[in-house]
Design a protein around this ligand. Sequence first.
Ligand SMILES: Nc1ncnc2c1ncn2[C@@H]1O[C@H](COP(=O)(O)OP(=O)(O)O)[C@@H](O)[C@H]1O
Ligand SMILES: [Mg+2]
Length: 252
Amino acid sequence: MAVVELKNVVKQYGKIRALDGVSLEIEQGSCVGLIGVNGAGKSTLIKIITGLALRDSGDANVLGFDPGRRRPEMLSRIGLISETPSLYPFLTGTEHLKLIQNVKPGISDAEIDGILEKVGLSDRKNDKVSGYSFGMRQRLGMAQALLGNPDLLLLDEPTNGLDPVGVRDLRTIVTDFKAKSASTVLISSHNLHEVGLLCDSYIFIDKGKIVAVTKREELGDDLESEFFKRIEAGTSPDTGNAIDTGNATGGV
Ligand SMILES: Nc1ncnc2c1ncn2[C@@H]1O[C@H](COP(=O)(O)OP(=O)(O)O)[C@@H](O)[C@H]1O
Ligand SMILES: [Mg+2]
């Protein structure tokens, strides 16, 4: 069953076509890496899926809903680390999660404590976020995303700015989450090594178009060279413009 289904989605920001006819399907229970360079359209795609941005044309179905309608029933089943996490400096870590408890039904205080433990913030949970390091803020963002055991977990460049310990911990947290639930995970990254370790399939995006959709076993060990091959295969050396690759559509 597809949890996310996009058909020919276009998103334009002024003259910039951030998404140029994106079609894709993400199957329930899969862990998908969304791979592309800066400006490829990763964040825009994630915003369209969550309803944070509205598409100009095309169809979208997320967990049975049109994300453009921003239904609370849909949003309460999604966990998100956005490219710009919004945290309140004057609130503590625990208080941030209590805000989510107010809008997502059925989250217990014990669950909040459990999540804070899992992301390694237990001993600082009652401190104000203004005193948190960058890595601690990222960990709190992860806790926000995971709270309530979302059916769809969307992580937009979650390893950005993390130190190696933070990256390893994030990997453990996501692996653990996948092992314990039937949820679907989408992780955007330009860090191929990270995505390669976590995901079982990959969507390659470049200049707002999906240029390839592939399963892990179809790729060689060298994900990085595979990446450049695929990105460059979609680009004409003469014009620098994207060649029509038939607009690769895929179910992953
Ligand atoms: N709010 C916005 N206003 C104008 N242009 C935007 C906006 N958001 C994204 N863009 C443009 O859309 C393109 C895709 O951006 P984005 O989805 O953020 O890429 P990525 O996340 O892959 O780095 C870029 O050219 C970017 O400058
Ligand atoms: Mg981005």
